[in-house]
Structures are given as structure tokens and as C-alpha cells.
Design a protein around this ligand. Sequence first.
Ligand code: SF4
Ligand code: SF4
Length: 415
Amino acid sequence: MVKSISHVVKRPGRVFGDPDVEIPVAEDLTTTPGIPLREADVSFFSRVEPLETQNIEKGADRDWVWSVYSPEVADYMRGHDERMKPLVDSAEVSANLKPSGASRNGKDLTEDIRRAARELGFGEVGFTRFDRRYLFECKRSWAKFPHAICLAMEQDYDQTQSLPSLEAEHAHFDTYEFESKRGAKLADLIREMGYHAQIHSPRDPISVMIPMFVAAGLGQLGANGQLLSPHFGSRARLMMITTDAPVTYDKPVDYGIHAFCQKCLICVERCPARALVKDKVWWRGAEKNKVIYDRCRPVMAIYEGCGICMKVCPIQKFGMPAVMNHYVQTGEVLGKGTHELEGYSLHDKGYFGPGRLPNFERSFFDIPHGRREDWLFEQFKERIAGEDIPTDGELTEFARNVKSAIDKNGITRDT
Ligand code: SF4
Ligand code: SF4
């Protein structure tokens, strides 16, 4: 049954030079531009429970994953970290680089920068206020400039459809390496225009990024916890540049995703870990489907980064224009129930088509939790709950480990 259309969103084509596309949003998918927010709650939580980088907040499991990576994944990740290090190092000092050209007397540079970013290969480019409420606590002093340029780079289509696989991990992390170099070029261009440009590496961000991408109109949050961008859904890798260049902010857009996900729910139904939840909740001031991190993490670590929730998303596979047109024409979710969209394989468990999920023992989900030092204390509590009193040597060893964990938090990076 053909649906009534509420509005049509016009967006630039997938790559620079492509014609604009139109995305029809059905009336029954209309909610709000961006994401439903309770601004007072976002501000409150940022003050009393500031966000922290996963490498500190989830430090215990970030160390643990290295013990379960396959040799191939571990080798590739070590190589990636080495290749990224100079890029992350240069991003860290980029705020202090002086503009190299004369400023253009306050001329609005939004479209100059957008065009340059598109020419460099970024598929989605948007501008918004750098919202300090999403800063990580340990990087509070890093943010120097008021405007955020949100940049999304598409990762390879074919490699992504093989998720979960080492090949798909290449698509993921190779894109980080490529876009970091392109981001550095864009920052150089902004300095030549006479302004500062601070790079926020995709491997060492200073804040949560998705809320600012949504504010800049580059997509909406999907039930899989990822940004669904118009052309490639969550098959995009995100980075930001902050600047003091004069720019005009874009506005959040209602693509219909907030409501569409509740009709689709493919990612929720196909997640092997049952880590995605059907019902939206209010979380730190935003209404969303909240991922259960502790269920996702072991599957991600053991099955090559998993990413099944990305692979099975119709927006990722077919793009938003095709999916929304299909919904308007039929009232159905394009590809739902098909092996092509929903099927996947896990290396030791085989193939799972629509309606079939793997099972795991309860112990599979018993992994280290929380910060490194908190996990050490948890283990210590268990140790002294037994009958034995620790020896002086064990106490010294425990203190050394806690000190080392705390020191690591001070120097840690999201690499
Ligand atoms: S990465 Fe895998 S385990 Fe984690 S939420 Fe997505 S589908 Fe589920
Ligand atoms: S799979 Fe469906 S429910 Fe999940 S993010 Fe994609 S569109 Fe939303």
C-alpha cells in the first residue's frame, strides 16, 4: 500500500560530482529532526557523570581482548596501531599549528570547506557547534575551537558484506588510516585559509561524535547504536576537525530513521549476542535503543569485530533513498527476511539464516569489566572472601598492579 509522504530530504550525491538525491519520508515515520533530546538532562549528566573514553572506562576488557584475538587479527591490529601512531601523534599537536595563510576578513568558509572535504573523498560533511557536553573527562582541556566539522568516509562495500571477517576488519581500519591522511590535508587547507584546525583522529577522539553528526544533519541514530547516514548507513567511519574559521551550522534532519528502526528491528533480531534491545529508553537525555555493551564485547572480540548489526542493516546495504522509496511504495522493509541481507557465518559455528541465531554458554560472557583498577579490586575482593589471607608478597604485587593500571589511564589512548 502506497504511503503518504510527509517531506522529501534532498542530499548531495554519494561521491563528489554525483547529482543530488531525494529521500522521501513517509508520514508515519515522521518524528523529530535529529534525535529526541531532553537538553537539561544532557547538561546534567555531563556535569555529574561526565563521559570517559572507553579505553579508561572499559580498560579491563580492552586489555583482555588481546588474549582472545586470533593470531591474524592480533597481527593486523598491531600493524594498524603502528601505522596510526604518527597520525594520532600529529592530530594531538594540530591545535597548536598556526594558520599559514591570511584570514579572509570574516568571509563565511562553510561551502569552501565542504567542497574541499568532498573532493578529498569524504562522503558526508556537516557543520555544528562543538558540544562540550560530549567531551571525555580525561581530554577536557584538549578542545580548543568552537566549531565542529563532521566528516564521514565510506568504507569498502564488498568487504563490509563479508562481516564478520578479517577482510571486513581491513575495510574498517584501512578506512581509519586513509581518512586520517585526508583529514590532515583538509586541516592544512583550513590553515591556508587563515584559521586554526584541530584534528580529532578516528582512533583517538576527544568526545563522543555521533550526537554532533546528528546535529549537523548527517544522519540519525539507528537501533544498532550507529549513525545511519543517507548513502551508506553505518558503513562510514567518522572523524572531526574543530576550527575557529567562520562557518554556518547545518541543521538536524528527520530522515524517518527514529521511527523506521522500530518497524525494521533486523539488527536487534539478528544480533548473535542478544545485545541490542527492541524498546527505546531515555539515556543521558536522549531517547534511543541502548546497546548492552557487556554482551556485545565478547562476540566482537572473538568473531573478528562482529559488526553483524552493520551488515544486516538495509540502510547500509541498499542506501537510504532505496530503502525509504521502497517503504513508501510497499510499507515494507527492503530485504527483510532474505538470506542476502540477514544471513551471516561465525567461523566456528557455521551459517545462520533469517530466524536462526547461535547459542553461547553463560560463561562465554564472563569477561573482565570496568576500569583496569576496578577489575583488580573485584578480583582481590573475591580472593579475600575465600579462607586464605593474602601474603605480604601478594599484597605488594596487588598494589603494584593497581599503580600500573592507574598510570596506564594517564597515558592511554584509544588505539
Ligand atoms: S557487534 Fe555483533 S554482538 Fe555487538 S551489537 Fe552488533 S551484532 Fe551484536
Ligand atoms: S537494521 Fe533496521 S533497525 Fe537496525 S539500525 Fe538498520 S534500519 Fe535500524
